[in-house]
Design a protein around this ligand. Structure first.
Ligand code: DX5
Ligand code: ZN
Length: 245
């Protein structure tokens, strides 16, 4: 499996000093920042948009290589992923991870926004790649992993996602309980794609990491477990060790 990547979710950080929270977590050993974008529509919660990402970007050095330290992993829990690609690219997003369920939505406000990219995940991936970002595709707990095979097996490399995110809670809020019944999805994806970056998000902590690591996840998101810890660097270290072993 590819190298372990620890991506603290800033959803549980102190929003009043977000820039410092971001630079601190990187200094404490985090690889990426997981940035949860919610629109109050795809999920029943609101977070932040491009201006906040623009403001925190200078607090974290841009990654030297693809998927390197300092990657902004933007988890787009939004109903219209196509609409925001350019704005997030400008704001400093490195990895644009949209939801499979949203890529098919036809509720774009304007008719001109109802282009192929919002109805076809592969076209959306190509569009993200064309703007120089990596592309990720996320699935909610109710979505089966096998819908992704056709996309992952695409012969056009531009249409193949760089990462798959298997949600281990219903998206929307931090601090929820890890769903171990999502692990067969991770196992199946790992079996088919030994080199794929597989991310898990929701309820990950020192208590749940072994189950996720054994299933084959290598990109670990943790919000409350990292930002709620007395010693975040110790939690980051333990999560990494669990994936390595
Ligand atoms: C939930 C978000 C997660 C969340 C994880 O919708 O996608 O990234 O911040 O928080 P914890 O680690 O506390 O479950
Ligand atoms: Zn997330």
């Amino acid at each position: 499996a590819p190298a372990p990547i620890i991506a603290p979710s800033i959803l549980s950080a102190d929003f009043a000093s977000l820039g410092k929270a971001c630079s601190d977590t990187i200094a404490q050993g985090a690889d990426w920042l997981h940035v949860d974008i919610m629109d109050g529509h795809f999920v029943p919660n609101l977070t932040f948009g491009p201006p906040v990402v623009t403001m925190i970007r200078p607090h974290v050095e841009r990654p030297k290589e693809a998927f390197g330290k300092g990657t902004f992993d933007c988890h787009m829990m939004i109903a219209e992923p196509k609409k925001w690609v350019k704005d997030f690219q400008k704001a400093g997003c490195d990895l644009y991870c949209f939801h499979y369920e949203a890529a098919f939505s036809s509720n774009a406000e304007s008719p001109e926004a109802r282009t192929e990219e919002i109805t076809n995940p592969k076209a959306l991936i190509k569009y993200i790649h064309g703007l120089g970002m990596r592309a990720g595709i996320a699935i909610k707990p109710g979505t089966k992993h096998d819908v992704l095979y056709e996309i992952l097996d695409s012969e056009n490399k531009d249409e193949v996602p760089d990462m798959v995110l298997v949600m281990t809670v219903e998206p929307g809020f931090g601090g929820q309980k890890f769903m171990p019944d999502m692990m067969p999805k991770v196992e199946a994806l790992r079996k088919h794609y030994p080199e794929l970056n597989i991310e898990v998000d929701g309820g990950l902590s020192e208590k749940t990491i072994d189950v996720a690591a054994d299933a084959g996840a290598n990109v670990i998101v943790a919000g409350s477990a990292v930002f709620g810890a007395e010693d975040p660097s110790d939690v980051i270290k333990k999560l990494r060790e669990a994936v390595e072993s």
